[in-house]
Ligand binder design. Structure first.
Ligand code: ZN
Length: 418
């Protein structure tokens, strides 16, 4: 994964400390680095990818898997999830984040963006132990329907102060693996002052904002009725200059063409969570957003909106449901909608851009952090292997320099033996 989608068949990567210092064909790399002392890790026959990035996770909700199946979004929030979340202790958040992180790691995730949850200090302690990177955010609401009593008592000033304190305490901790962002849970529970002060505070702290945007038609209707705009949330956020390139917009399902242009022009990033969207929200115009130049990445959402926390499942779903949506909306098939290369970019470099971390992660290039996942394609569900974006092609034995005399201490890889 780099700007040209290079695939190095028989590749090698040199890592010094925690950064990539060389990448290319292994014959070139091994010749170049013969004199330095190094430890070789033999991964022949396997696939190396940048660590996958999940850009919409609710660590607090991991212990709530299964408490809100088959209900509409407002019932899900007001009657099931918020009463649960508002009763969490810091220790609950620590345990919930640990469990969530283990499931993320299991699907190849090395970095995630928290959508806004309870007890950032508990999350941060767990992330420290897990070894992941994370953009953590607090769940922030200061107004509107459905709030549990303890949350309804919170003032706008308290919401901003609490996040500033968390930023000072945890930002750039765990050897730089933890960033602290600002959260806006959703517009229906935010005053105008909370929105504009969040925008200004994020600018002042040079950090990001994570917010659920345009999730259901009711949200847009409410904004039209109460805030004097002719469409919905995105139109209103554009009006108050909230749309900026540090905004990560989750879901963003109910948006029109004009609003997609606004998102693209402002450099807003979108986290597409296909499983959660199919459960409660609808089909987001992802192909249109990508065509307009919006940076779209992938997220699982929380355990009770998905019941799974696998970013690989979301990659699979994103490819299929966006092809299916094309058939439904245009009356004809379009097999090129969201091809495999695009999906891989969404789960890696677009994820890094969404997390405002693309200078350091999201691709395997010299100078970037060595956040790498290794895929073993020699399992029954991945054989045979024909396409390098699904799995690498088999290499004829005479092209494999590992079997030459110079490197005869290596065993021939299993693929060749077979
Ligand atoms: Zn969410």
């Amino acid at each position: 994964m780099d700007s040209q989608n290079h695939v190095f068949v028989d590749g090698a990567i040199v890592i010094q400390h925690n950064s990539i210092i060389a990448i290319g064909k292994s014959i070139d790399i091994l010749t170049q680095f013969t004199s330095i002392s190094h430890q070789l890790i033999d991964l022949r026959g396997q696939i190396l990818l940048p660590g996958l990035i999940n850009t919409h996770v609710h660590t607090s909700q991991q212990l709530a898997r299964g408490i809100a199946d088959d209900v509409d979004l407002l019932t899900w929030l007001h009657d099931r999830i918020w009463p649960y979340e508002s009763n969490m202790t810091e220790e609950d958040s620590f345990i919930s984040t640990l469990l969530c992180g283990i499931e993320l790691i299991h699907s190849g995730v090395t970095c995630f963006a928290e959508a806004g949850g309870q007890h950032v200090s508990g999350m941060a302690s767990a992330v420290e132990v897990l070894g992941l990177r994370a953009c953590l955010a607090e769940s922030i609401m200061d107004y509107g329907e459905g709030l549990p009593a303890s949350w309804a008592a919170r003032t706008t000033d308290e919401c901003i102060k609490s996040q500033k304190d968390l930023f000072m305490k945890h930002h750039n901790t765990a050897d730089g693996r933890i960033k602290v962002w600002l959260g806006i849970r959703q517009i229906m529970n935010s005053t105008d002052r909370l929105l504009t002060e969040t925008r200004d505070t994020a600018k002042e702290l040079e950090t990001g904002i994570h917010m659920h945007i345009a999730e259901i038609p009711y949200e847009n209707q409410l904004i039209v009725e109460t805030r004097g705009v002719d469409n919905g949330t995105v139109t209103y956020l554009e009006k108050i200059k909230f749309l900026q390139n540090n905004l990560l917009a989750a879901h963003t399902v109910w948006v029109n063409e004009k609003e997609i242009d606004c998102l693209a022009k402002a450099g807003v990033k979108v986290s597409h969570c296909p499983a959660a969207a199919m459960r409660m929200l609808g089909f987001s115009p992802i192909k249109e957003m990508l065509s307009a130049g919006v940076c779209v990445s992938l997220g699982t959402d929380g355990a009770p909106s998905n019941n799974r926390m696998s970013i690989v499942d979301e990659m699979y779903l994103a490819s299929l449901i966006n092809k299916g949506r094309e058939v439904f909306s245009t009356g004809t098939t379009n097999p090129t909608a969201l091809p495999a290369e695009t999906i891989l970019r969404m789960a890696t470099i677009n994820g890094a851009k969404s997390a405002l971390w693309d200078k350091e992660i999201g691709s395997l290039e010299v100078g970037k952090k060595a956040d790498i996942v290794v895929i073993n394609p020699s399992s029954w569900s991945m054989m045979p292997i024909h396409d390098c974006f699904c799995a690498p092609r088999l290499i004829p034995r005479d092209m494999c320099h590992f079997t030459s005399n110079k490197y005869k201490h290596f065993q021939p890889c299993l693929l060749h033996e077979n």
